[in-house]
Design a protein around this ligand. Structure first.
Ligand SMILES: [Zn+2]
Length: 289
């Protein structure tokens, strides 16, 4: 199966009350580890790429070509979407041209009217090429005593307006945070999530910042309409911890331990380990159709 947009996997996830993991990729090893795990577990999967990671890999075209070729060469049969994470207006357009099957246009930092206008334009362009679109809604800050104990919380009315622009997935802050969570984190705001769900109906919701949210909260969010959970930091942590152990054990000094394929292997296996944990947690194992 070639790359697909997210529409069918999101519809199935919504119906089946599970979520599809969206894992950020940084290089070939990352991509291979996630694809291999998805295939072994018969799980649909979304490969996400930030604009920074795209740049690191020399551009959108390189990434699209690599992912397409790997899906084919590895004989992947589960649905795979290639998605731009937190795209700018220009980045989203470039990815649609380069062969991405899904893009996020993040206009959440823009004035609300501008977010509406630009989201509309991206939806029109993306849909003309069969590409799905995730949009993000402007947010209310959550600062207390100068310490951020809660991430941004979206306004349900704004969620409804953006959701009605024809987007395919909606990212709305419910207290989630990118990167590791601070010790004083107050948890996800399920009242807001339930309210958003009421206003947007069957629109698949996206939970960003999946690293470190306790399992019961992730599962509750999924039961309330979250169909896509983004995981980035945790893959990086597993990769780096495994790599550090390799060097600490002096493995690079043994036999062919200096071969980059050997150096990168523990990190590769680390990514596979955490992707499996997440897919099991999200309930997507065995759900590839
Ligand atoms: Zn995010």
């Amino acid at each position: 199966m070639g790359l697909v947009n997210v529409n069918e996997m999101m519809a199935n996830a919504l119906k089946g009350h599970y979520a599809v993991g969206a894992f950020n990729i940084n290089n070939l090893e990352w991509t291979k580890a996630i694809l291999e795990t998805a295939e072994e577990l018969k799980s649909p999967v979304i490969l996400e790429v930030s604009e920074g990671a795209n740049k690191y890999m020399t551009g959108y075209k390189t990434v699209a070509a690599m992912v397409k070729a790997m899906v084919e060469s590895m004989g992947i049969t589960v649905p795979v979407a290639l998605h731009l994470d937190h795209g700018t207006y220009e980045g989203a357009k470039a990815c649609i041209e380069a062969g991405y099957t899904s893009v996020m246009f993040d206009g959440s930092h823009l004035p609300f009217d501008e977010n509406i206008e630009k989201t509309k334009e991206i939806v029109k362009l993306a849909h003309s090429k069969g590409v799905s679109v995730e949009a993000e809604v402007g947010a209310i800050g959550g600062e207390e005593d100068g310490v951020k104990g809660r991430g941004e919380v979206a306004n349900p009315k704004e969620c409804k307006i953006i959701s009605d622009l024809g987007i395919d997935m909606l990212a709305a802050g419910i207290g989630n945070i990118h990167g590791p969570y601070p010790a004083n984190w107050q948890g996800l705001d399920f009242d807001t999530l339930a309210e958003i769900k009421k206003t947007v109906g069957d629109k698949p919701l996206v939970l960003h910042g999946g690293t470190g949210i306790p399992e019961d909260q992730v599962k509750k969010a999924i039961s309330l309409g979250v169909c896509k959970v983004n995981v980035n930091t945790e893959c990086q942590q597993y990769f780096t911890q495994a790599t550090r152990k390799y060097f600490e054990a002096g493995k690079d000094l043994e036999k062919k331990g200096y071969d980059p394929r050997n150096v990168l292997k523990p990190g590769f296996l680390g990514i596979k380990e955490i992707v499996k944990i997440k897919m099991e947690m999200f309930g997507s194992v065995g759900k590839a159709n």
